[in-house]
Design a protein around this ligand. Structure first.
Ligand code: ADP
Length: 192
């Protein structure tokens, strides 16, 4: 089974992807995590993406599609959970082609629905918790970057909701119910 977790920043994609990776022996491909790892590695590509990410802008399609292409070569176990990818229509088309090349199909696109006020509260809360605990705060978890990330989401990523709806793949899930309630809703949707 191959699925996409779609939703704005702070919707809970990472949390739910980790859960599904365990419960269904799937692999989680998070482009955000891959890009942060590239940044930390100090590679040339990492330096290029660091500023873009800190501002809350999207990294170019070529870079993220390249990362995903590379990861799709390996063992896919029970399937792949795409977390934070695709984020543009060009990425969605590229993913379609990559899956077709490998004889794979896309089973479902889980859309995590959360309102803007809650998103901002969650992200700012996450940054404050990290600060109080003496942990690193993500460079893009500040008010300006969060506003920019939301703007990028509505301009470039939200059109994917219509795209996958038209393909009959979209499964909207209420992302407000608490982590365990959301987990249960996603599991039920995938078992249907
Ligand atoms: P969030 O979902 O909380 O915004 P992510 O960790 O998924 O966080 O992404 C962090 C940043 O990484 C994004 O704001 C963007 O700059 C970059 N990024 C991640 N995935 C993509 C993608 N598929 N396309 C372009 N940029 C991406």
């Amino acid at each position: 089974m191959n699925i996409i977790l779609l939703g704005p920043p702070g919707a809970g994609k990472g949390t739910q992807a980790q859960h599904l990776a365990q419960s269904r022996d799937m692999i989680q491909l998070s482009t955000g995590d891959m890009l942060r790892a590239a940044k930390d590695s100090g590679s040339e590509m990492g330096q290029i993406v660091a500023d873009v990410m800190a501002r809350g802008d999207l990294v170019t399609d070529d870079i993220v599609i390249g990362l995903i292409r590379e990861r799709l070569q390996g063992d896919k176990r029970g399937g792949v959970i795409f977390d934070g990818f695709p984020r543009t229509l060009a990425q969605a088309d590229a993913l379609d082609n990559l899956l077709t090349e490998q004889g794979e199909t896309l089973d479902a696109v889980i859309e995590l629905r959360v309102d803007d006020d809650t998103l901002v509260q969650r992200i700012v809360g996450r940054a404050e918790e990290a600060k109080a605990a003496g942990q690193a705060v993500r460079a893009d978890d500040n008010a300006d970057s969060v506003r920019q990330r939301l703007m990028e989401y509505y301009k470039k990523t939200a059109p994917l909701i219509g795209y996958y709806h038209a393909k009959g793949k979209l499964v909207p899930v209420d992302g407000l119910g608490g982590i365990d309630a959301v987990k249960a809703d996603i599991e039920a949707a995938l078992d249907r």
